[in-house]
Design a protein around this ligand. Structure first.
Ligand code: SF4
Length: 393
């Protein structure tokens, strides 16, 4: 929890270790805060990833895993809405990845992020058969979800998505519900809803905004959420709220598994429906064509993207923090915030997160509460709170 100076050189060059594959560039619903359609260039891409691109992609994945002895190589199928690609294509890619795994010895776990509207028994059978993990976008109860997640005709999608989430939970398919935080509501609105649906694994994500924007404060919401999480898990761990567990992981000095929390390089590689390769997908929040590179899987091996200037600029920016972050006591845990939230037209990524004040308050609150729960036993058996046991206490 100390304010060590960040050292970008500590991160050695590693092979690309996961892929985000855009299998569909269109969506079947019209969410108001979707970053994807902030970038009009997505309309220039084919609607779906075709057979020729899939064939080449699988060749590139195998080539990558033969060259680089990785233990696993996760693939996330994404969109637009990825289920528009069709269940047969999901079976096809999953079977092909099993073949690559058996030839290379590298596990290829497949995940999908979906709005859930199209999920039916065929999809559940497919997820189950191939152990595909599912992230389903569900913003808690209907009055919160339907304010933003609507059909193109303006109707709410909550009923369809809740139905899908309950189906996933009832089949025991490894699923996580992804909500976007709306700080105008209370954290209990979300927590009570997910408990009632039987969903014990979920995230309430920080809303996307660049440093040029002025989003509402989120600290009170997340400090309240942390309190609820603590109460729910006081006797045994029953509820996992991803952002809370990731922040605690980072505060305790470990590497958080998600990219938005902690100081580490963001090295995501995105393959588009035409086989072109892009930098971190969510950076398109910065505007038209911002993530575009000159690379594609027909002409380039997966790892070659590491030399592509725009990809490299985003990767390097993720570990080169601005002055304020470099001297912040939560630098290691916070890492300057989620990379897209640091972007401004004037300074590029050389800013603290647009949520800096909130993040500071959230980490400070969490640290103080955690410390009040940590005890050490001294030689002789005396049990002291960690604050009282520290030198100078
Ligand atoms: S964004 Fe704010 S809280 Fe996070 S490391 Fe930078 S200065 Fe600290």
């Amino acid at each position: 929890m100390s304010a060590d100076d960040p050292d970008p050189a500590a991160f050695q060059d590693q092979p690309i270790s996961q892929l985000l594959v855009k299998v569909a560039t269109r969506c079947n619903i019209d969410c108001s805060y979707c970053y994807w359609f902030r970038d009009a260039s997505v309309y220039n891409k084919p609607k779906l990833l075709g057979a020729e691109v899939l064939h080449r992609l699988l060749q590139r994945i195998e080539e990558h895993l033969v060259r680089n002895p990785l233990i696993d190589f996760p693939i996330v199928l994404h969109g637009g809405e990825p289920l528009l690609w069709g269940v047969e294509n999901f079976h096809r890619i999953a079977e092909a990845c099993k073949g690559i795994s058996s030839r290379t010895g590298c596990e290829i776990p497949i995940a999908v992020t979906t709005n859930g509207v199209l999920i039916d028994d065929d999809w559940l059978n497919c997820f189950e058969a191939h152990k595909i993990s599912v992230a389903i976008s569900l913003d808690g109860p209907a009055h919160i979800h339907d304010a933003h997640r609507r059909t193109f005709q303006g109707a709410g999608t909550h009923a369809a998505v809740e139905r899908a989430a309950r189906m996933l939970a009832s089949r025991g398919i490894g699923a996580i519900a992804l909500a976007v935080c709306n700080p105008a509501y209370l954290p209990t609105d979300y927590v009570d809803f997910f408990a009632e649906c039987g969903i014990a694994n979920y995230d309430i994500m920080i809303p996307d905004a660049t440093a040029d924007e002025n989003p509402p404060s989120i600290a009170a919401f997340y400090n309240g959420l942390f309190k609820l999480w603590l109460e729910a898990n006081r006797s045994e761990s029953t509820v996992n709220i991803r952002i809370i567990s990731d922040m605690i992981t980072a505060l305790l000095g470990n590497t958080s598994p998600t990219e938005g929390v902690g100081y580490k390089p963001v090295e995501l590689c995105t393959v588009m429906t035409d086989g072109s390769v892009e930098a971190h997908d969510v950076l398109r929040i910065a505007g038209d064509g911002f993530t575009r590179t000159a690379f594609n899987i027909f002409e380039h091996a997966i790892d070659e993207v590491r030399n592509e200037p725009r990809w490299k600029a985003a990767r390097d920016a993720s570990i080169k923090l601005c002055e304020k972050c470099r001297h912040c006591k939560f630098m290691g845990a916070c890492g300057g915030g989620y990379l897209p939230h640091r972007f401004s037209k004037k300074n590029g990524y050389d800013n603290p997160s647009v949520y800096c004040d909130d993040l500071y308050s959230m980490f400070e609150n969490m640290q103080s509460v955690l410390e009040s729960h940590l005890y050490v036993t001294k030689p002789g058996g005396e049990r002291l709170n960690v604050r009282d046991a520290l030198p100078g206490a």
